[in-house]
Write a protein that binds this ligand. Structure first.
Ligand SMILES: Nc1ncnc2c1ncn2[C@@H]1O[C@H](COP(=O)(O)OP(=O)(O)OP(=O)(O)O)[C@@H](O)[C@H]1O
Ligand SMILES: [Mg+2]
Length: 267
């Protein structure tokens, strides 16, 4: 007589369909994330998840295809990581997220929500960043930044030819500051360069009322200034900071000339 398999141990039809649909092994996504993705597909937000663009320690980013054509970027914050706990300070000092959270899952979701809200602010004030579409639990769906299905190149991969992007980046940091937000994770890895530089990865972004917003701003601007000085264009941190805070101007044409000279020297 055939042994009975307990109903609970049998894979559910839903599980089976998810795996078929994504053509992925079950280890890639946990069940909760699969449910969220399936819900989004059911709503017609996108039709397939394509290849991963990036697999990181805290999040994976996928390109997704939309039925009517075009692409979206889907950032999936990892639920199983404990790394977000280390970033507690970015939530606790931010009055939008001050509420006490007990579980890691709540923490992860809060970061996805924070990134979504910050991207909404960017859209409102015209900072170049991906337009946010929606956030559902640990999944954030946003505009795909790229051309012909290929994501734009991160600033760090551009080297000396990236020098012309400095002004654009500082201008956006200034707009962001004026809107009351500090990115708090700006580096050459979190800028994608298309027709303009685009800031990405806004999960850490805090309001100016955060007790450490000044330090984060200085670190952000410092990272950018350091990166460009490595590539032949030195700018004084104080000058850059004052500009971002709306308290001063950037060096004009002289600065640009210096940048071009630096670029030529490297060639
Ligand atoms: N909207 C987007 N369009 C196209 N590519 C994107 C988009 N958002 C992110 N990416 C790509 O995914 C990479 C990682 O994104 P992001 O910086 O937001 O994640 P992360 O939090 O740094 O992940 P981790 O730190 O765990 O690596 C980026 O460097 C970029 O190549
Ligand atoms: Mg990043």
């Amino acid at each position: 007589m055939a042994r009975k398999v307990s109903k609970r141990k049998r894979p559910s039809r839903d599980d089976f369909l998810f795996k078929e649909r994504f053509k992925l092994e079950s280890e890639v996504f946990d069940r909760s994330t699969l449910l969220t993705l399936s819900k989004l597909i059911g709503k017609g937000i996108f039709s397939t998840l394509d290849n991963p663009i990036s697999t990181g320690k805290e999040a994976n980013v996928f390109r997704a295809s939309v039925e009517s054509g075009g692409f979206l970027a889907v950032k999936i914050y990892k639920l199983e990581t404990t790394r977000f706990m280390r970033r507690k300070e970015y939530l606790e000092g931010d009055q939008r997220f001050g509420k006490f959270r007990r579980t890691e899952r709540e923490f992860v979701t809060a970061f996805a929500q924070k990134e979504y809200k910050n991207l909404q602010i960017c859209e409102k004030v015209g900072v170049h960043a991906p337009r946010p579409l929606l956030q559902e639990k640990n999944v954030l769906v946003m505009e795909f930044l790229g051309e012909g299905g290929i994501p734009y190149t991160p600033l760090n991969e551009l080297g000396p030819e990236s020098v012309s992007q400095l002004e654009g980046i500082l201008m956006d940091l200034r707009k962001l500051y004026k809107a009351g937000l500090v990115h708090a994770d700006v580096s050459e890895y979190n800028v994608l360069v298309g027709r303009k530089p685009f800031l990405i990865d806004f999960g850490q972004g805090v309001l100016l009322s955060h007790p450490h917003s000044g330090d984060y701003l200085e670190r952000d601007v410092g990272n950018i200034v350091k990166y460009f000085s490595k590539h032949g264009f030195g700018m004084d941190l104080g000058v850059a900071l004052r500009y971002v805070k709306g308290e001063g101007k950037l060096p004009g044409k002289a600065g640009k000339k210096k940048a071009e000279e630096g670029k030529k020297k490297k060639e």
